[in-house]
Write a protein that binds this ligand. Structure first.
Ligand code: PGA
Length: 251
């Protein structure tokens, strides 16, 4: 049985004050709801204050990116170890916005995945095709490349402690969600990739989130699919009511 896992990706939104206020609201609404694992990922400089605000709750605090080195002459970067020292226990890696705007590749994703595990952060690795790739029938090839690239150097024990997020790029921030069937098809495919890389047991254990315009009114249909284990939520994670409704999709 895979426990549902809902994570809010705040992206480059919310000041320290706004982030703390949202975190406290989420804590009030779902802080002791234990049917679902819940995480929020604020901007890195907001993270310590959010971690402090959520202390004593079940809500996990994560970062949105890391550098793969532990320390050194990498101006402007933040390592997994430093984020852990600031209160992070999770990190989103390989988000499509990082692939699209900041030169993230399968190779850097792989290094970052190892770095996250080195520092004891739970990684959520994002994979997913662009619209043109879907339209030209390359969804599986792209997702295969992302999954195999990310996990290439990860051993079974660490792979078990990793979450995958399937995020079709055309569904992110567009209001166009993949239908539950479209998402399920790719989630099932990702499990076959994990089974090939490791084994069936691992493929059935790793949680796979869906991301891309998840809202309170579509989350239930997605979560009814057998291979969808949670959501990575952008826009709808920025308001207490909508994020709490997603977390409590089962009523
Ligand atoms: P969205 O973002 O929910 O605003 O579509 C999802 C994501 O990018 O993780």
């Amino acid at each position: 049985m895979r426990k549902p896992f809902m994570a809010g990706n705040w992206k480059m939104n919310l000041s320290v004050e706004e982030g703390v206020s949202l975190a406290l609201g989420i804590k009030d609404a779902v802080g002791d709801y234990d049917a679902v694992d819940v995480a929020v990922a604020p901007v890195s400089v907001v993270l310590p204050a959010v971690a402090q605000a959520l202390k004593g709750s079940r809500i996990i605090v994560g970062a949105q990116n890391i550098h793969w080195e532990q320390k050194g002459a990498f101006t402007g970067e933040v390592s997994a170890e430093i984020l852990a020292s600031a209160g992070a226990s999770m990190v989103i890696i390989g988000h499509s916005e990082r692939r699209q705007f900041f030169g993230e590749t399968n190779e850097t994703v792989q290094k970052k995945l190892l770095a996250a595990h080195r520092a004891g952060l739970h990684p959520i690795v994002c994979v997913g095709e662009q619209l043109s790739e879907r339209e030209s029938g390359r969804t599986q090839a792209v997702v295969r490349g992302h999954v195999q690239g990310a996990f290439a150097a990860v051993d079974r024990a660490l792979a078990l402690k990793t979450t995958v997020a399937y995020e079709p790029v055309w569904a992110i921030g567009t209001g166009v969600t993949a239908t539950p069937d479209q998402a399920q098809e790719v989630h099932a495919f990702i499990r076959t990739l994990l089974a090939d890389l490791y084994d069936d047991d691992l493929a059935q254990t790793v949680r796979i989130q869906y991301g891309g315009s998840v809202k309170p009114d579509n989350v239930k249909g997605l979560m009814q699919q057998p291979d969808i284990d949670g959501a990575l939520v952008g826009g709808a994670s920025l308001k207490v009511d909508s994020f709490a409704a997603i977390v409590k999709f089962n009523g």
